[in-house]
Design a protein around this ligand. Structure first.
Ligand code: PRT
Ligand code: ZN
Length: 284
């Protein structure tokens, strides 16, 4: 019994999807340009597909689970469940208009021609805002549509914003915030379900570790209490005496988001020789 997972064959989600499997200790048999491969050390079969096809394959149970962007998932609207947000492939689906256009709110889109590869999401967005506009579905290079007179506005994925900028466009509305998610077929056999539980346990340990750093520092004993108060730790920080009398070594973990703030306060409190190291896995 193997758990079948569909991931993107090539493109923006490929590297992070393969890295996630690798970080979960799942080795893939070599074979570039293959449609599918399997793992030597985990009961998993990996299908390489176009991202647009992944929701359908999971709905049809050709694959049990899949990794796909929320943008594709909601556009395709298939009967699958989201199990986990994966934290990569982050982008937003945005409305953009010419940089010199006046724009105050969605009402300005009324009667306009909007080019997009996401007609379903754009229609929902316009209905929500009670705006009538013409949706022109095109299959790619959406950003050039206003420049060649095909549309007045576009709805496309944006990450850094440089594509819009280079095409003389400005972002005016966010239709959807998106990231890669793990999806599953609603009905799965018990054996696959159990493999999925194991896989999820590993994914959560990897995600937790990615957001956390291990910190080691030296502190004069008289400052220990103050420094320990700054460090959350998993339970509480580990404190070990240094060979030099009057000094201790303190070990703990830090959340990536609080990281710089806490480091500054630790220095002010008298911490020295601060080392911060990545954590590979974290099981709580
Ligand atoms: O061949 P296949 O159909 O599998 O791939 P694809 O060409 O349809 O998709 P791909 O590989 O481009 O993107 C896969 C997924 O990555 C998308 O569905 C999103 O979930 C996610 N993602 C994250 C992005 C971006 N960021 C992104 N910036 N997908 C596309 N873009 C494009 C965008 O369309 C625009 O052309 O990048 C350009 C904008 O980037 P910035 O940085 O200039 O703003
Ligand atoms: Zn695609």
């Amino acid at each position: 019994m193997r758990l079948k997972i569909a991931i993107q064959k090539s493109g923006r989600l490929y590297d992070d999807s393969v890295k996630l499997l690798k970080d979960c200790g799942i080795d893939l048999k070599n074979g570039v340009n293959k449609l599918k491969t399997e793992s030597d050390n985990f009961p998993m079969e990996i299908y390489f597909l176009r991202d647009d096809d992944i929701p359908q394959y999971v709905e049809d149970a050709v694959a049990d689970i899949g990794i796909v962007g929320e943008n594709v998932l909601y556009e395709k609207n298939k009967k699958v469940d989201i199990i986990e947000h994966l934290g990569f492939g982050k982008c937003r689906l945005s409305v953009a208009v010419g940089r010199s256009e006046q724009y105050t709110d969605c009402g300005d889109l009324r009667g306009k021609r909007i080019a997009t590869t996401y007609p379903v999401l754009v229609r929902q967005f316009l209905e929500k805002h009670k705006v009538d506009a013409d949706i022109h579905e095109i299959s790619g290079s959406v950003e050039i549509a206003p420049g060649i007179g095909l549309a007045d506005a576009i709805v496309d994925l944006v990450s850094s914003g440089s594509t819009l900028f280079m095409n003389g466009l400005k972002e005016v509305e966010t239709v959807l915030q998106s990231q890669a998610v793990l999806i599953r077929n609603g009905e799965m056999q018990e054996a696959q379900q159990q493999i999925l539980e194991k896989f999820l346990f590993r994914i959560r340990a990897v995600k937790k570790a990615r957001n956390t750093k291990y910190i080691l520092l030296n502190a004069p004993n008289e400052k220990l209490n103050e420094i320990i108060r700054l460090l959350p730790g998993m339970k509480s920080p580990t404190v070990l005496p240094l060979a030099e009398p009057g000094w201790s070594s303190v070990h703990s973990v830090l959340n990536e988001n609080d990281f710089w703030d806490i480091i500054e306060r630790l220095k002010e409190a008298g911490a020295q020789g601060i080392l911060v190291v990545p954590i590979e896995k974290m099981i709580l």
